[in-house]
Design a protein around this ligand. Structure first.
Ligand SMILES: NC(=O)c1ccc[n+]([C@@H]2O[C@H](COP(=O)([O-])OP(=O)(O)OC[C@H]3O[C@@H](n4cnc5c(N)ncnc54)[C@H](O)[C@@H]3O)[C@@H](O)[C@H]2O)c1
Length: 272
């Protein structure tokens, strides 16, 4: 898909760790659509991942920043504007991490220091990022800011653990900050609620295969892939979606509005 709908647009893409990352696919799609950007990730992720390959491929510099640190975000936003030659038109926050999920802690037995860490990385970092963008007046009018979410923010998915709470908080920040960004800067802020996807963050969720199959068999269009999500983000960064803001946009092949599918009923009948 290449419609050059981001020609002349500049931005920052957070969260490309490896080729499976949703942010990686998004960087490729934004590049193909004509957008220019800076790539960023936490310093530790830069050492572990292969983001420099993506940087070369998409002609994007890689600037390290821990998204929980205001001073890192301030430096990043300054450097990105210097490099790109002006204010920003789009920003993707594609960041998520739960120490409790990583260490296999059950939701009924959480370590609350780890919970606070995951909340800071996965949700509060979105507020920190937007506060820096807002106070530095770093976004062009009709710019677009996006974060990625999951339906566990609205419905119970037991294995999603404390990430469910982080996503609920993230979506709320998008609405709350999106109000002020809309009113005072004419910038839109949305979250995309993506299908379960096989990535490093996704694989951390216990029973992900079961999750994926269930969602695949429930959604009339099947699960949305990371590439599909990337294309949706391109549209959300483009001028075709200028009046879409404060929304949590389900991008899940229809999963969120299905009660039960014929396939699931058949599978359960067979297992009687
Ligand atoms: N994979 C799924 O099933 C799925 C479904 C819905 C939503 N999402 C969301 O999509 C987003 C991207 O995840 P992904 O699936 O591509 O996995 P991923 O593991 O490739 O990406 C997560 C990224 O967060 C980065 N990160 C962690 N701590 C950070 C910090 N302190 N500062 C800056 N960056 C930090 C990681 O380095 C990594 O690049 C996340 O918000 C995730 O919750 C994923």
């Amino acid at each position: 898909m290449n419609h050059s709908i981001l020609n002349g647009k500049r931005g920052i893409i957070f969260g490309a760790l490896d080729q499976e990352s949703i942010a990686w696919k998004t960087a490729e799609a934004v590049y193909a659509a004509g957008g220019k950007f800076v790539l960023t990730n936490a310093p530790v992720a830069l050492r572990m991942g292969t983001i420099n390959d993506l940087g070369e491929k998409t002609q994007a510099p890689v600037i390290p920043a821990d998204a929980t640190k205001m001073e890192d975000l301030e430096r990043l936003v300054d450097q990105a504007q210097d490099h790109l030659g002006g204010k920003l038109d789009f920003v993707l926050h594609s960041i998520g991490m739960s120490v409790n999920v990583r260490k296999g802690k059950h939701y009924t037995d959480l370590n609350h220091d780890w919970m606070a860490k995951g909340w800071d990385v996965s949700a509060v970092s979105f507020h920190k990022l937007m506060q820096v963008l807002y106070q530095k007046d770093a976004m062009n009018v009709w710019g677009s800011i996006l974060a990625l979410s999951y339906i566990a923010a609205q419905r119970t998915f037991p294995n999603y653990n404390d990430m469910a709470d982080n996503k609920a908080y993230l979506e709320s920040i998008a609405r709350s900050f999106g109000y002020f960004f809309g009113k005072h800067k004419k910038v839109r802020v949305n979250t995309i609620s993506q299908s379960p996807t096989l990535t490093t963050a996704g694989k951390g969720v216990e029973g992900l295969d079961g999750f994926l199959n269930y969602a695949e068999k429930t959604a009339p269009l099947g699960n949305a892939s990371a590439e599909d999500c990337a294309n949706y983000s391109v549209m959300m960064f483009s001028d075709y979606t200028r009046k879409v803001t404060l929304q949590n946009l389900f991008h899940d092949g229809g999963f969120s509005n299905v009660g039960v599918s014929e396939e699931i009923i058949e599978a359960l009948e067979d297992s009687k």
